[in-house]
Design a protein. Structure first.
Length: 445
């Protein structure tokens, strides 16, 4: 299984693997050994589509020159381009949309019987739950739990509602049951994900919401860190902020994609928030949880974005509100309202604006990391550093898996999966360096 794209896609990949009976299928990590190769694709933006196509073509080589007898392509790319892919990629045997994951074995069996190219691309309605088999591929101490699928926000640049369908939320009982099982198996960090976790429960019309879910999850013994990813800004309530401030298990970390700060651009993006509300939200979060790590993302080069509007965004970033920032060049995606807008921005302009924004945030990140030197922070030990086996490495509570930096541990011993107190002794733009301290020393401070 080769899984591309976001953590939500990774959960889908794990669910697909879970549907393969162990008595019939052996999972291998070396592509050259595999008789069946599954590529779980992303098609969110142009770069993701290109990566997906390149990966499929690379893997297809194993059909001509290796053991592979069956090539399966799943996820958003076949959902978006079913006819085109079938015509242009005859080496692919099965195309499976994200709403058809449980049908994987059925299609493999059908192909063995009849051959040819098979497709299962329908309107996405599927939603996994706590009873769904799942093969966890992340480290034993950390995992992602998808609490909802689809999206109802319909931002003008985004194709996700067409690929993933409308919002479909799991029940609180289902999520709690899954997390309880994961924690019993040794998981200490649970990262809650959805396209918009703040919308959780809105489709159920029974009072289900994110705060109610969190109140139940924090009761689970053995769960140490509960991290919230992808929170739409206008869904962050005072109740949620208060709960985060008061509950030790909920990480003081929030990923809030803002996309821009200029009101005209936000309006064209069909975002339900303006600059005044964004500034008010950031101020309220910072006032109530001063120690919170705040991450956001911005889009540069949206159609019609003027130099003045970009300068407004650049100045906003320079103000230093955010610990982490991801920046994306606007990708003109067919089928979205923004693709029809006039005044599309040249790629070289998008690239220049991205570099300027990232450079500005780099200085902010460096200052914020330097301010942590001397503090004692909880750190999750993940193993030996990729740089040298002489150093352990891990993540502080301020760093989400896969997207943020890491911590290099220069002194002290711990086991993989331990959460230990660590004194920060140095920092760089994105990484931290520190020494494990004795718990008694920590309590003395």
């Amino acid at each position: 299984m080769v899984s591309l794209g976001c953590a939500k896609n990774l959960v889908d990949a794990e669910v697909m693997l879970g549907h393969l009976p162990a008595e019939r299928f052996e999972i291998v990590t070396d592509e050259s050994q595999a008789e069946i190769i599954i590529v779980n694709t992303c098609a969110f933006i142009e770069d993701a589509k290109e990566e997906s196509v390149e990966t499929i073509l690379e893997v297809a080589d194993h059909k001509e020159n290796g053991n592979c007898r069956l090539l399966v392509v799943t996820g958003c790319l076949p959902q978006r381009y079913p006819e085109e892919l079938a015509a242009e990629m005859p080496e692919v045997d099965i195309f499976l949309g994200p709403g058809e994951l449980p049908r994987l074995v059925e299609l493999i069996d059908a192909h063995q019987q009849q051959g040819g190219t098979l497709q299962a691309i329908g309107v996405p309605q599927y939603l996994y739950d706590h009873t769904t088999p799942r093969v966890k591929s992340s480290p034993f101490y950390s995992t992602y739990v998808k609490i909802a699928e689809g999206c109802d926000n319909h931002c003008s640049y985004c194709i996700i509602p067409k690929l993933r369908g409308p919002l479909r939320s799991r029940s609180i009982e289902s999520v709690v049951a899954e997390v309880e099982r994961l924690v019993a198996d040794g998981v200490q960090e649970v990262n809650l994900i959805a396209q918009d976790i703040t919308a959780f429960g809105a489709d159920r019309n029974d009072g289900t919401n994110l705060v109610g879910l969190l109140r139940e999850l924090v009761k689970i013994d053995g769960l140490r860190w509960l991290r919230l990813l992808y929170a739409y800004p206008d869904g962050i309530s005072e109740e949620l902020i208060e709960l985060m401030a008061s509950e030790e298990k909920i990480c003081n970390y929030l990923d809030v994609p803002l996309q821009h700060i200029n009101d005209s651009v936000l309006g064209l993006m069909n975002r339900r928030i303006d600059q005044a509300a964004i500034r008010d939200l950031v101020a309220r979060i910072r006032q109530r949880i001063p120690d919170l790590t705040l991450r956001t993302s911005f889009i540069v080069g949206f159609p019609g974005e003027t130099e003045q509007q970009f300068a407004e965004l650049l100045d906003f970033v320079k103000e230093g509100h955010f610990d982490r920032v991801g920046v994306f060049r606007y990708s003109r995606e067919e089928g979205t309202p923004a693709a029809t807008l006039s005044d599309q921005i040249a790629e070289r302009t998008k690239k220049s604006r991205l570099e300027k924004l990232m450079k500005a945030q780099q200085r902010v990140s460096f200052r914020r990391n330097r301010a942590l030197v001397g503090r004692i922070e909880p750190v999750l030990v993940e193993g030996y550093s990729e740089e040298t086996e002489l150093l352990l490495s891990g993540r502080s509570v301020r760093q989400a898996p896969d997207i943020d930096g890491q911590v290099y541990i220069t002194a002290g011993q711990a086991e993989i999966g331990d959460i230990v107190p660590l004194r920060i002794t140095d920092s760089s733009d994105y990484d931290l360096i520190g020494e494990i301290v004795d718990p008694s020393e920590e309590s003395a401070e």
